[in-house]
Design a protein around this ligand. Structure first.
Ligand code: 6PG
Length: 236
């Protein structure tokens, strides 16, 4: 259980630091499968674009998603579509190592069950066991949500499954649940922008309500990469 905060000059600084950390960890595990969970949203997009510039042997890397909007991958809202456009379609990445949260199902619940089964097959285990991803990338909304674990939603209380249905207003989302996120070997939060400062203070406060600020649920080996705008005059 390690917890650290690094303040970088700006979003480019966050991207550069995250890229170095990801490459360092992939190389440290050379020759073995490396499981990387990707975040959606805008902050990590330049990181995916930077990864596309790396001439790496991608053959050991497996990418998964921490959350997904319940839309087709062709939809501009799709996290899968965003990552494929920014990175995966630009390099020789084995399609079998891309593990999107399939949304081609009649309901988000069915899609969540399908992804759970996909993960169970990949890791050859079932709940109550928990797989341990090598690295999880997370963003944080200005309301303190992460992945699609939004304030005051049922997804925050799900601990018996690895994948559940999140809710952003009236929009259903797929999300990994906090226990599987926390079981990662390393979690990297990427947080940029002054609009995140209030939520950062609430998330990092010694006492607080994780139902209101779900990023408080994320515990374990966590490194926060925060830019100066987001850090403001401090977060603790
Ligand atoms: C998503 C993300 C979401 C994101 C935060 C922060 O699907 O949108 O998974 O949790 O990380 O909303 O988004 P920004 O990085 O765009 O601020």
């Amino acid at each position: 259980m390690a917890y650290a905060v690094e303040v970088l000059e700006d979003r480019a600084g966050i991207v550069g630091r995250a890229l170095a950390l990801i490459l360092e960890r992939i190389k440290a595990k050379a020759g073995e499968p490396f499981t990387l969970v990707l975040a959606g949203g805008s902050t990590p997009k330049p990181l995916y674009e930077a990864l596309a510039q790396e001439s790496l042997d991608w053959s050991n890397l497996h990418v998964f998603w921490g959350d997904e909007r319940f839309v087709p991958p062709t939809d501009p809202q799709s996290n899968e579509g965003m990552v494929r456009q920014a990175w995966l379609s630009r390099v020789n990445f084995p399609e079998a190592h891309i593990h999107p949260m399939g949304t081609g199902f009649a309901s988000p619940e069915e899609a969540a069950t399908n992804y759970q089964a996909h993960l169970a097959a990949f890791f050859a285990m079932e709940p109550p066991l928990l797989p341990s991803f090598d690295l999880v990338l997370l963003g944080m909304g200005d309301d303190g949500h992460t992945a699609s674990l939004f304030p005051l939603t049922g997804a925050l209380t799900v601990t018996d499954r690895w994948v559940t249905v999140g809710q952003k207003d009236d929009q259903p989302r797929l999300t990994l649940t906090y226990p599987i996120l926390n079981n990662a070997k390393q979690i990297l939060f990427l947080v940029s922008g002054s609009n995140k400062n209030q939520a950062l203070r609430a998330v990092h406060a010694p006492v607080g309500d994780s139902n209101l600020y779900p990023s408080r649920l994320i515990q374990g080996n966590v490194l926060w990469l925060i830019d100066r705008d987001a850090y403001g005059s401090g977060i603790t």
